[in-house]
Write a new protein. Structure first.
Lengths: 213, 213
DNA sequence: GTCTATACGCGGATAGAC
DNA sequence: GTCTATCCGCGTATAGAC
């Protein structure tokens, strides 16, 4: 088999082109937004025709998916292999929210596509299904560890709590993006962690959660 | 001033046309999705030219906004002026989630637009800002009442909790839409209510939520 | 106010050059 | 495999009929 990824392989030009396109697209998508940029413009910027670009990326969504994947690598590779785990990891998620609060355009890009990719026919569907699945697994693992460490209640459903953590992040993002000055995403998520984890620290009442007086 | 809304007013035809268009659009948007339907098709269905339709609705998003507004009226008018309030209202929100779980296409429609409308230049921006503002106010009011009734802790930030309730709903919707068979939206939200309200029932620990052992 | 014809750039699909 | 020319329906903008 020939070397598809090597710099001097037979398909080296194509690989380089793809990289070039993804770079240009990331730059312009993050700066001006997905809808505001046309494929023809990106193509011209890298010295290609509209159809030439679409040889490498079958659709605009396909290109966007590649851009997001690339962005994922950029953000996850450097560190993120942090040494925190269990309850410490859960608490550290607050920092992720705080970081997101500084990149509204990119966050909107992810949020927009994640909802649209909900359609099974969407080009990025598989990507986002996998992305959330992995995120849930990681969160579930740390929550389970926190439970085993005795940091939260023993009867906690780690999977449901993992879903809720991601849901709180995503949902707060929408409200924050709509009214950045009015909705304090970081504070609300912090309250979620504090209160939610506090209740996690004690077993549920026998009646299943009815408020006490 | 002339009667703009009456059935026999001078602009009655336009009002009737708008209604007709909204009806047709709601039907076809909810059935086949927003992107899959063209304005030309809707126009033809109500006996109008493409441009004729755009006289009544300046853009496709504009029409969608009208459709969603109409859908809001349909769902909110019948009852929903339920007699529950305070903690009972909060618990009843679980039924709303359960209801949503039966209308995936419409939920995706709302979810998609709510994220896109995050852009201040989006035609539906004002609509969604107002929609979430009202939803937060209602939730905040009931949470505050629950607090005053002694059903939840006295130091609860009702506004932040209101944001979290809406966020949990929205965020869970995305994960559920991505993998309906794998993510149990209703169960996860139920757990959110149970655990979150349980912790709300007791004051926060002095250290601000650090897990107890 | 109600409505139409025409033109623009867009994302996408097809056929084919090299 | 890499890339282009051409055509399609789309949402949108403008000029104008009635």
């Amino acid at each position: 088999m020939s070397d598809r990824t090597g710099a001097r392989g037979p398909y080296a030009r194509g690989v380089a082109r793809r990289q070039e396109i993804v770079h240009a697209a990331l730059e312009v998508f993050a700066t001006r937004g997905y809808d505001a940029v046309s494929l023809r413009e990106i193509a011209a910027q890298v010295g290609l025709s509209h159809t030439g670009l679409r040889h490498h990326f079958a659709s605009k969504e396909d290109l966007l998916t590649a851009v997001l994947r690339y962005k994922d690598e950029l953000t996850l590779t450097p560190d993120e292999q942090v040494d925190v785990s269990g309850i410490a990891w859960v608490r550290a998620s607050r920092d992720v929210v705080a970081l997101n609060a500084r990149q509204p355009l990119l966050i909107r890009l992810f949020a927009t596509l994640s909802v649209q990719a909900t359609d099974p026919a969407h080009p990025a569907h598989t990507y986002f299904v996998e992305r959330y699945r992995i995120a849930r697994e990681i969160a579930t693992r740390h929550l389970a560890q926190a439970r085993d460490d005795g940091d939260i209640a023993a009867d906690v459903d780690a999977e449901h709590c993992a879903e809720l953590m991601l849901a709180a992040m995503d949902g707060l993002q929408v409200q924050w993006l709509l009214e950045p000055d009015r909705v304090d995403m970081v504070a609300a998520y912090g309250q979620f962690l504090d209160r939610f984890l506090a209740v996690l620290a004690v077993p549920l009442p026998e009646d299943g959660g009815t408020a006490q007086r």
